[in-house]
Design a protein around this ligand. Sequence first.
Ligand SMILES: Nc1ncnc2c1ncn2[C@@H]1O[C@H](COP(=O)(O)OP(=O)(O)OP(=O)(O)O)[C@@H](O)[C@H]1O
Length: 375
Amino acid sequence: MRISLDNLTMRYGDNTVFDGLNLDIADGESLVLLGPSGCGKTSTMRCVAGLEEPGAGSITIGDRTIFSAADGINVAPHRRNVGMVFQSYAVWPHKTVFENVAFSLRRQRVGADRIRERVRQVLELVGLAEMADRGASLLSGGQMQRVALARSLAMRPSVLLLDEPLSNLDARLRERLRLELRELQLALGLTTVYVTHDQVEAFALADRIALMQDGKILQLGSPEDIYAHPATTSLARFLGVGNILSCTLDGGGAHVADSDLIVELPASAGTPTGKTSVCMRSEDLAVAPWSDGPHGSNTWAGSIVVSSFQGALIRYRVTLDAGPTVDAVTARRAGPTLRAGDRVTVTCAVEAVQVLADDSELAPAATSLDAEVVA
Ligand SMILES: Nc1ncnc2c1ncn2[C@@H]1O[C@H](COP(=O)(O)OP(=O)(O)OP(=O)(O)O)[C@@H](O)[C@H]1O
């Protein structure tokens, strides 16, 4: 079912989390709210679930208004038909898997036969059919999270809200469950809102990503769009886009600050007013052993500072003779492995260069770990 947030305002005391938030989520869509800690993602979800009461605005699910400050409507959480899965598993350890999933159905006085059938169905869906009789305390974290998911799905919610459900799991399990969640969401055609601060998770799960910062949705689009065209430098950094260099623009290209580097720009590059940065993604930089020219556009001499083997990929950090240090990622088989100290040329196709409005003083940069994961 479609979800609409209209002009929503939410405050905790003096702290305004968001003011006039609008968001439309289509029927069957997987929307990921992505943003740094404290930007208001969980509060948004809690408003939809009915666990927080907004100060103003309205929320509609399908054709039903579940909250309207103006009309005094505030449907109780358990009457909203919204399923929720949180970071903490919230699974009862003393009950079996079956009883955990059946619990809410029993409370709704669903008949015993129907409960058995529904629990069997959802346990099948989340891959726990064989474990129905196992005590929940004997489950792994991943299995507990599947139980929590099964419990929500058993209620046949019209929308599913997931708040960092995978963040307590180890990296490998997270990756597996992420794919399974996406498969399940597509198979059920269930409208889902997923909250995370992990851009890799957002890219993997979303039909659309809403990028939030300070209670505002700054960009809304498909994962591909958002990654390819981040609106500002702080969003680009948050998304793990590498090589964002402050610059000034003129007819000759982008002059990178405090260096002799000039980057040729495509005709399509924007010309934002105010502070600007030029952006060249790590995966768009080619590194090759040094050779005497002739060299084409955007080819620069440099020396490798770090060469880091990462399995399928090799990451190079290169200090260009013109000044800046840049990161490049190449496929393992793309050429000879280069070593620290090697002289190289670094090339970036002119079409791959972007110019972004530089708002870096307004927002925190991503951690280097974030950058590692995506590039
Ligand atoms: N119960 C509360 N009382 C007072 N302030 C709160 C409460 N819950 C959240 N806040 C504040 O509201 C703002 C938004 O919090 P929210 O939990 O929605 O952010 P978030 O983006 O989900 O962050 P995280 O990723 O860390 O969970 C923060 O400044 C937070 O400190």
